[in-house]
Design a protein around this ligand. Structure first.
Ligand code: ADP
Ligand code: MG
Length: 360
């Protein structure tokens, strides 16, 4: 039997998706085959502290894990330790002792900023520790919607028309509004370039809402994206692999609200997942083909979920965005799509770890 690997599961993080990450991580930890892997759990608090945790997995989901952490944990960026430095204070003597634990691979189950955006990936590169998912460049470009759009354009993947607005331009907001109105009809979409979970995303039906939306988006990023409205169904496709990535069957989300906003994602259960999506085969194939093209164009690795709009009347396919560390709970679209394609959740984890260990 092959030697056991030590997998470090990183969860939490400083982004608005901290809670989702904890739920994703619990599913990952529960589904990792304990015959094959030893697991080291490290949580990152909302304030950015890295804490090693050894308690019950369910307390990760509730947030109670923070009180039960055993030590500050730090992944050494000098490349020599290749593991975790565990600093523990002896309660009696106040002495600080350091122990190290070797880890073979990190699974950063982190969504959003400081987790999915290349920053944490940079740390693992420095430390020369293999990790699941895309590298620095693909992670950061995918996180920045404006940059990702430039790559999709170059790869000739259809997408909504867009305009870029910088936060400083809002000092003369009437000029911005004039420019946007000369480009698009209402409704239009406004989003921070770097964000996720629909935080800061609004649909503007008139000038007043456009102004409000711009101001809101500017609270989250200095770069704002304004997009033409696509009257589309929300279609998603999972991609898995390094050099020769494969696309899963295609799924659909039916949002329970006007659009797939933060509340529709996390606060009400009226949104539905439909797997496979009821699409003509030709359209589903186009989605899969564009998903793989986008993945390759961005130089992704390991996994990504690629999100599309399929026009409700014409069936035209538009790419919306790519997520390099998509939601990974047992009911999330990414693993569900693979399940429907014949790869179970535990098998998917095996493949992701194998892909991390042999990055070509
Ligand atoms: N151009 C658009 N046309 C129609 N709906 C849109 C458009 N852009 C975004 N949306 C809606 O807003 C949601 C969130 O936008 P998205 O770009 O996916 O941001 P996030 O990264 O926060 O998920 C989408 O799932 C969709 O419901
Ligand atoms: Mg989205």
């Amino acid at each position: 039997m092959a030697q056991k690997l030590t997998v470090c599961v990183l969860f939490g993080g400083q982004s608005s998706e901290h809670e989702v990450s904890r739920i994703s991580a619990v599913s990952v930890i529960k589904n990792l085959d304990k015959e094959k892997y030893d697991i080291v759990m490290i949580g990152i608090t909302k304030k950015g502290k890295w804490l090693m945790y050894q308690g019950p997995v369910d307390k990760i989901e509730t947030g109670e894990w923070e009180n039960g952490h055993v030590a500050r944990a730090m992944i050494s960026p000098d490349g020599t330790i290749n593991g975790i430095v565990k600093l523990s204070v002896d309660e009696n003597t106040d002495e600080l002792t350091a122990t190290t634990a070797k880890i073979d691979v990190v699974f950063p189950v982190l969504h959003g900023l400081y987790g999915e955006d290349g920053t944490v990936q940079g740390l693992f590169e420095l430390a020369q520790i293999p990790y699941v998912g895309s590298g620095i460049l693909a992670s950061s470009v995918s996180m920045d919607k404006i940059y990702a759009k430039l790559v999709f354009k170059d790869a000739q993947i259809p997408q909504a028309q867009w305009e870029v607005v910088y936060k400083y331009e809002l000092d003369a907001i009437e000029k911005v509004v004039e420019r946007i109105e000369s480009c698009f009809e209402y409704p239009c979409f406004i989003k921070p370039s770097n964000a996720g979970s629909s935080v800061g995303v609004t649909k503007a039906h008139n000038r007043q809402e456009l102004e409000k939306g711009l101001v809101l988006a500017a609270q989250h990023d200095r770069k704002i994206l304004v997009e033409e409205f696509i009257n589309g169904r929300e279609i998603e496709c999972s991609v898995l692999g390094n050099l020769n990535p494969k696309a899963s069957v295609v799924g659909e989300i039916i949002p329970g609200r006007e659009f797939y906003d933060y509340d529709a994602k996390y606060n009400d259960d009226t949104s539905q997942l439909l797997i496979p999506a009821a699409l003509p085969e030709e359209t589903a194939n186009k989605v899969k083909q564009y998903a793989v093209s986008a993945y390759k164009a961005l130089d992704c690795a390991g996994l990504s979920r690629v999100d599309f709009f399929v026009h409700k009347e014409t069936d035209e396919v538009f790419i919306n965005e790519i997520n390099t560390m998509p939601g990974f709970t047992s009911i999330s679209m990414y693993p569900k799509l693979w399940e429907a394609s014949g790869i179970s959740y535990p098998e998917l984890l095996d493949q992701l770890i194998a892909l991390a260990m042999k990055r070509e």
